[in-house]
Design a protein around this ligand. Structure first.
Ligand SMILES: [Zn+2]
Length: 511
């Protein structure tokens, strides 16, 4: 079906995209009642009460913690937070909506303006936000075996909806926005933002216009995309479909479409010729939402240093490369861990040029760049192999333990390869590096006399390789060095092993 849309059409049109993202807030209970907000863990329809089932006479009570999390999200996104807002009823009839309306915010949303810095293919960009408001989730329809059932566990779970201006111009940019937003929401702890479980869902608004045309084209909405890959793929498909439509001289229909993951295409769901009249009006069962200044100040203070500021500080304070700072800020636990390793008393220091300690002074401190390399390299690899993350392993591998290991390698007590092996055991057992090194005799063999004796033995035992080397086959030098490494159980310093072999060869040639 993709071949039906010639790529040449794409060059004439500009894609214009705005996103509406629904984010489930991390609360114990629902937005307006005391029911547990663990919809996915519970059997269907076991998290319900008269309020969230919309029974007559039941009165909603706002969840203060949900409002706090929504305010934190708005602040982190740079929105103007309005201290005087209100809840409104958005009326429509659908089987997943027990009350016949959804409590939302319309004329006075919690937050307006703001935006998110988003890098697209290495270029810095900015996506402006229109608004952020609080609303309650709907129930879930389950279609199976030819029938449709409804599970009210989700009805009334607290959400924020975050609406962008139409600032995005490509499927990749939209994907990057969702990725950046998800990272920020997790970072500040307001949502799991897990797309697979529906804690973050994206509606896409997109249209095409001829390049240079100031007017926007007819908008198509694609609802409920639940992965970043789906956002990218659905937009790429719509761009081709709408371009083909316009190139044929047809109008794009103003409609809502769904994304058919299996078929890789969007399909029409409903037309928008008769726009919904949601008949918004102030929720009569709730007073206006008034947020005291002191309370807003508390919410601002509860926010951690935001990811962009954290990255900037890691670069400025520790001399890291921006790409390493980005890896270390993949989540807050990792960034905190990195700085905790650096702060370990006496084990590390930020200045790699500082005077190394004299003989007998113990392992030399490792610079921040070494610690960064150990975390983003061997530690990430070891965690990945074990299905763990930094937060999960911090008890087994306290920052001081990693600092000590990095220092052992930096000062040459063990090789980097041995260090990686030791790291695995430290994660698995909680042991200290020095104890593992001492127990297994892993300290590097770089005693010149030892290496000299071992190299001479290897040269004497491999006359064929020695003859090859003398005949100009340089590869046999590697073979002889390998013999030394093997004899030392890979604990020889590789440079020292090489020197010892070359010297042994010179001595045997001379003798
Ligand atoms: Zn309830």
């Amino acid at each position: 079906m993709q071949a039906a849309h010639p790529p040449s059409d794409l060059d004439a049109f500009e894609l214009v995209v705005g996103l509406e993202t629904h984010v489930q807030l991390v609360t114990a209970s629902k937005m307006f009642c005391a029911c547990a907000a663990d919809a996915d863990l519970a059997a269907p329809n076991t998290r319900t009460c008269p309020v969230c089932l919309g029974l007559p006479g039941a009165l909603p009570v706002p969840n203060a913690h949900a409002v706090a999390l929504a305010v934190r999200a708005a602040l982190a996104l740079g929105c103007t937070v309005h201290a005087h807002t209100r809840f409104e009823r958005k009326s429509y009839h659908y089987p997943d909506l027990p009350k016949g309306y959804q409590i939302s915010q319309y004329t006075r949303p919690l937050g307006t303006g703001g935006g998110l810095d988003v890098d697209v293919e290495g270029r810095a960009g900015h996506v402006r936000l229109e608004r952020l408001h609080i609303e309650e989730d709907t129930a879930r329809l389950v279609h199976a075996a030819g029938e449709t059932r409804v599970d009210f566990n989700r009805a009334g779970i607290p959400l924020v909806e975050i609406v962008t201006r139409p600032d995005l111009r490509s499927p990749d940019a939209a994907a990057a926005y969702v990725e950046t937003l998800r990272h920020l929401l997790r970072w500040i702890g307001v949502s799991t933002a897990a797309m697979a479980s529906g804690a973050l869902r994206v509606d896409v608004n997109c249209s095409l216009r001829r390049f240079g045309d100031p007017a926007l084209g007819t908008k198509v909405e694609i609802k409920n995309l639940n992965s970043i890959a789906a956002v990218r793929a659905a937009l790429a498909y719509e761009r081709r479909r709408q371009a083909a439509c316009l190139a044929r001289g047809e109008a794009v229909a103003h409609e809502t479409r769904g994304w058919d993951e299996a078929a890789g295409r969007t399909t029409p769901q409903r037309g928008k010729e008769h726009a919904h009249d949601y008949r918004y009006f102030p929720e009569p069962d709730l007073p206006p939402l008034v947020l005291p200044e002191a309370w807003l100040t508390e919410q601002r203070a509860a926010l951690p240093e935001l990811p962009a500021a954290r990255r900037g500080r890691l670069v400025a304070a520790h001399g890291l490369r921006p790409e390493d700072a980005r890896l270390l800020t993949r989540d807050r636990a990792t960034a905190d861990y990195f700085e905790a390793v650096l702060a370990t008393d006496g084990a590390t220091r930020a200045d790699p040029e500082a005077t190394p300690p004299g003989p007998g002074a113990g392992p030399a401190p490792a610079p921040a760049t070494s610690v960064a390399a150990w975390i983003t390299g061997p530690l990430f690899a070891a965690l990945y192999a074990r299905g763990l993350d930094v937060a999960a392993v911090r008890n087994h591998l306290p920052p001081a333990h990693l600092a000590a290991l990095v220092a052992l390698v930096a000062s040459g007590v063990v090789t980097a390869n041995v260090g990686k092996r030791v790291l695995g055991e430290m994660i698995d057992t909680g042991s200290r590096a020095r104890d593992i090194v001492d127990r297994d005799g892993l300290a590097q063999v770089d005693d010149a006399a030892d290496l000299r004796r071992i190299a001479e033995g290897v040269v004497a035992a491999n006359p064929k390789a020695v003859a090859d080397y003398r005949a100009g086959k340089t590869a046999s030098l590697g073979f002889l060095i390998g013999g030394v490494m093997k004899a030392t159980h890979a604990q020889a310093n590789p440079d020292a092993a090489r020197r010892a072999v070359v010297e042994a060869l010179e001595r045997s040639a001379g003798g």
